[in-house]
Design a binder for this molecule. Structure first.
Ligand SMILES: NC(=O)c1ccc[n+]([C@@H]2O[C@H](COP(=O)([O-])OP(=O)(O)OC[C@H]3O[C@@H](n4cnc5c(N)ncnc54)[C@H](O)[C@@H]3O)[C@@H](O)[C@H]2O)c1
Length: 347
C-alpha cells in the first residue's frame, strides 16, 4: 500500500485526492495547504474545468498540515504528491526526495531546465522515484494513438500536427507571470511538447512564430526539426481572444500506412451552455483508404487521472517502468518549450 501525502489542495490536489479513493493500492494519509479552510474540509471554493465540484469533505482520518515541511516530516507518508503552483515544485520536490520520500509532481515539472536538472540530481542522489504528472498520454485518444503507433502494424512514424488552444483564462491568477506560471507555453503547450518528445524523440531545432504578451509566447506555430530529417512535426498552441470556444485540442499523425486524427473542443451551444464535443471523432484512416472509428469510452477526463495514478502506484510497487511519467521526458519537455519561447521572442 502506497501512503500518499498531497501538498496543495486546489483543483489538481482535489482531482488527485478523489482519484486515489478509487485505487486499491494507495491511501491518502495526509494533506497540506496554506489555506486553513481547505484543511478543515471546506473544498467548496475549488474551481476547475472538469471533474466534480468541490464539496465539504470529512478529513478526520488523515493528517492535515499547513506547511510542506511538516507533511514531508510525517513518517507515515512514503509518496509526496505535489500539486502546488509550478514555481514551488522544485524546492518541495527536492526537500521530499532528501527526506527519503518518493515524489509524484504535477506538470510542468519546474519553471526552468536548470531546476529540472536539480530535481533529477536529487532523485538520483537519494535513490527515490521522481515521476511527473503528464496525464495526456493517459487520455483515451492519446493512449489510442500511442498503442496504434507502437503496434508497428502501420509502419514507420512520418510526422504529425498537434493543436491546443484556449480562451484567455482570466480566472487563473499569475497565468501571465513568467516566474510563477509561465503563460500558455508552460501551462498548456507543455502537454504537446511532452507528447511530441514521447513520440519522436528530442527535436534538434525549432522555428516558432506567433504573438507575445507580457514577455511570454501568447499564440504560435512551431515547426520542429529532428536528426531524422524525414520526420515532419508541427504544433499550434496558445491563447486566443475568443471566449466562445474556451478549449480545443487534437492531432493528425501520419504513419506509412495509416493516418490518425481527432479534434475535441469545448464550445458554446445554441442554448449558450459550454459543451465538450468532438469536432472530429478519433479516426484511423487505413492503408486501404477506409475510416475506422475506435470506441474510447465516455470521454470523462477523470478516467485519465485514474489510469495515471494507477501507473504511479504500479511503478512504486516495482511492477511497471516510469514510461510516460519519467522525469527525464518531463525535463526535455521544459527544454522544448524553452527553445520555442526563445525562438519566438528573438524575432
Ligand atoms: N494535468 C492537468 O491537466 C492539470 C490541470 C490543472 C492544473 N495542473 C497543474 O497542477 C498544479 C496545481 O494547479 P491547480 O490548478 O491545482 O492550482 P490551484 O491554485 O487550484 O491549487 C494550488 C493549491 O496550493 C496551495 N498553496 C499555495 N502555496 C502553498 C504553500 N506554500 N504551501 C501549501 N499550499 C500552498 C493553494 O492554497 C492551493 O490550494 C500546477 O502545476 C498545474 O499546472 C495540471
Amino acid at each position: 500500500m502506497n501512503k500518499v501525502g498531497i501538498v496543495g489542495v486546489g483543483f489538481m490536489g482535489m482531482v488527485h485526492y478523489l482519484t486515489y479513493q478509487k485505487l486499491s493500492g494507495t491511501q491518502v494519509v495526509a494533506i497540506c495547504d496554506s489555506n486553513r479552510d481547505r484543511l478543515a474540509g471546506d473544498w467548496t471554493g475549488i474551481q476547475g474545468n472538469f471533474g466534480p465540484p468541490g464539496q465539504q469533505m470529512d478529513l478526520s482520518d488523515i493528517a492535515v498540515y499547513e506547511s510542506s515541511e511538516e507533511l514531508i516530516a510525517d513518517p507515515n507518508v512514503d509518496l509526496v504528491d505535489i500539486t502546488l503552483p509550478p514555481a514551488m515544485h522544485v524546492d518541495v520536490a527536492i526537500q521530499a526526495l532528501r527526506a527519503g520520500k518518493h515524489v509524484f509532481c504535477e506538470k510542468p515539472m519546474a519553471m526552468t531546465v536548470g531546476d529540472c536538472d536539480q530535481m533529477l540530481a536529487a532523485a538520483k542522489e537519494f535513490k527515490r522515484q521522481l515521476l511527473i504528472g503528464h496525464v495526456l498520454p493517459f487520455y483515451p485518444e492519446y493512449d489510442w494513438a500511442l498503442q496504434e503507433i507502437r503496434s508497428g502494424k502501420h509502419g514507420r512514424l512520418l510526422g504529425g500536427s498537434f493543436k491546443r488552444i484556449i480562451s484567455d483564462p482570466a480566472w487563473l491568477t499569475n497565468f501571465w507571470n513568467a516566474d510563477a506560471v509561465g503563460g500558455p507555453m508552460l501551462d498548456l503547450h507543455i502537454h504537446d511538447a511532452h507528447f511530441i518528445r514521447l513520440l519522436f524523440g528530442m527535436p534538434t531545432g525549432v522555428t516558432t512564430r506567433g504573438s507575445q504578451r507580457s514577455g511570454l509566447a501568447e499564440h504560435w506555430h512551431s515547426l520542429f526539426e529532428f536528426a531524422d530529417s524525414n520526420l515532419h512535426v508541427h504544433a499550434t498552441s496558445g491563447v486566443i481572444d475568443q471566449q466562445g470556444r474556451p478549449f480545443l485540442h487534437g492531432f493528425e499523425i501520419q504513419l506509412e500506412k495509416a493516418t490518425l486524427v481527432f479534434e475535441f473542443a469545448v464550445m458554446e451551444s445554441n442554448t449558450g451552455e459550454q459543451q465538450g464535443r468532438y469536432l472530429c471523432k478519433p479516426t484511423l484512416f487505413d492503408a486501404a483508404g477506409h475510416a475506422q472509428y475506435p470506441s474510447l469510452g465516455d470521454g470523462d477526463p477523470m478516467h485519465a487521472f485514474s489510469a495515471e495514478l494507477e501507473h504511479v502506484s504500479q511503478v512504486l510497487q516495482g511492477n511497471m517502468e516510469a514510461g510516460a511519467l519519467a522525469c527525464e521526458l518531463a525535463r526535455d519537455a521544459i527544454e522544448i518549450c524553452q527553445l520555442q519561447t526563445d525562438n519566438l521572442l528573438s524575432q
